[in-house]
Design a protein around this ligand. Structure first.
Ligand code: FAD
Length: 431
């Protein structure tokens, strides 16, 4: 198996590839308002979708962002739009009954549809495409388990799928690494940078104030709202929303004790001929394996000359050049002929996970939050942002099956040092 000496091209960037098409603006630190109806902490998908709906509902909205707008995972992800949860339909059905399983997966469908609805409504040109997803098995036992799970989903949810045999997988992916899988025709993909840019433009057009480089340091509950503490300033807000996911910290200790941050890594190849790209991934799906700790790959949207590959979730935040080498090593296991491949972008981003690996939307002592997406924040963040806005505006549609208090551990104070080891353990189970 060939393995090139360096996985990174000489001019490789350690910023997300998506920032090329949607560069971060040189936002100035705008003076925060003395008063606002709704203060939102975090300018990712969750914060902006909430902000847009609230501003259109007549509220004066201010988004506080510690860094530049879109600094978090919303501009660093892989752009997969599906109905994804770490707990299978069969597992929920076995432990909590069929009705609960249907309610949970029904809301995943609501989230999936919310992205398309948002892209259409805001007219966001972000290469949204229902290109289908190929879920790949890394053993024949896994493929059988997948067949059982998707047969259940078809029976109870009416979701169509196709089993792909190991012999047939070459029409989708030029690799013998996998043992076939499951194809879901309607899953989608988008360009994360452009999706976020579309949301940011829509928020501004709706009148939302964006205070970049303005970290929220803390808050105090008042009789009629909140005082939000900033560096050298404060803002009074009637409602307060936390949309910080894997980037949250001590400013909201209760949430910090319930959301564990962890890193995921991604890379984009240097340009190749379109023919070579098509030969590697002829199916042009979003590809992902069915392990707990996943590898994923797809043709980079907007440019058919590159592939993007990700994985190593939960690894200690190491030198990105080393992580690039490790990602390449994993990619070459899948495509042994790719030894000459070089990445020209390698980056990381922080996800947020709950102790029971289930996303949450809720309200604690008056503060709204949506978080813990575990890799499904593109659809779930879009939906939870909308739902938080509906709760504040008092309309219908804010209810959620994910509205239960996220668990914590008495010993956990926000230092998730154990996540890399827990994920290593899960990876052993995957094998
Ligand atoms: C490499 C990678 C690949 C992924 N792939 C996918 C995928 O394909 N599909 C999918 O659905 N999900 C994916 N995810 C997960 C998804 O990106 C996230 O779940 C989602 O973007 C979370 O959005 P958010 O708006 O809640 O938070 P974020 O986008 O993370 O935004 C949080 C923001 O809060 C800000 N902030 C934090 N604290 C403060 C403070 N005190 N004051 C002010 N601002 C603050 C941060 O600076 C940050 O900008 C991936 C994640 C990673 C890292």
């Amino acid at each position: 198996m060939a393995f090139g000496s360096s996985a990174l091209s000489s001019n490789a960037s350690l910023d997300p590839y998506w920032w090329r098409a949607a560069p971060h603006e040189d936002a100035q630190r705008a003076a925060p308002p003395k008063r606002t109806d709704v203060a939102i902490v975090g300018s990712g998908i969750t914060g902006l979708t909430a902000a847009i709906a609230l501003a259109r509902g007549g509220r004066q909205v201010t988004v506080f962002e510690a860094k530049e707008p879109g600094h978090g995972a919303s501009t660093r992800n892989a752009g997969y739009v599906g109905r994804t949860l770490k707990h299978s339909f069969g597992e929920i059905m076995a432990h909590e009954g069929l009705d609960k399983a249907k309610a949970v997966y029904g809301e995943l469908m609501e989230a999936f549809l919310a992205v398309k609805e948002t892209v259409d409504r805001e007219n966001i040109d972000c290469h949204y495409k229902q290109q289908g997803r190929l879920l790949l098995a890394t053993s024949s036992a896994m493929r059988e388990a997948m067949a059982r799970e998707f047969t259940l989903r078809e029976k109870h949810l009416g979701e169509r799928f196709q089993l792909v045999s190991r012999a047939d997988q070459h029409s989708e992916i030029a690799s013998d690494h996998y043992f076939g899988g499951v194809r879901i025709a309607d899953h989608a993909g988008l360009h994360p940078g452009l999706y976020h840019k579309g949301l940011l433009d829509a928020a501004r057009a709706a009148g939302v104030g964006i205070c970049a480089f303005t970290p929220v340091l803390g808050f105090r509950k008042e009789e009629t709202g909140f005082t939000v503490f900033l560096k050298g300033a404060r803002t009074e807000a009637r409602d307060l929303v936390f949309a910080t996911n894997g980037y949250g910290g001590r400013e909201f200790p209760w949430l910090q004790r319930r959301i564990m941050p962890f890193h995921a890594y991604q890379a984009v190849s240097a340009p190749m001929s379109e023919n070579r790209v098509r030969a590697l991934l002829p199916g042009d799906r979003t590809f992902i394996d069915w392990n707990f700790n996943v590898d994923w790959m797809r043709i980079a949207p907007g440019d058919n000359t590159r592939i993007t590959f990700g994985g190593l979730t939960g690894e200690i935040d190491a030198d990105l050049r080393v992580m690039g080498e490790r990602l390449k090593h994993r990619l070459v296991r899948i495509f042994p002929e790719m030894g000459d491949l070089q990445f020209d972008h390698v980056w990381t981003g922080k996800c947020g996970g709950t102790f029971d690996i289930t996303p949450r939307i809720g309200r604690h002592e008056g503060v709204y939050y949506g978080s813990g997406y575990c890799f499904a924040g593109v659809p779930m963040g879009t939906l939870f942002g909308k739902k938080i806005a509906r709760r504040i505006l008092g309309g219908e549609g804010g209810d959620s099956v994910f509205d239960t208090e996220p668990p914590s551990k008495f010993w956990y104070r926000g230092n998730a040092w154990f996540v890399p080891y827990a994920l290593k353990w899960m990876s052993r189970n995957d094998r």
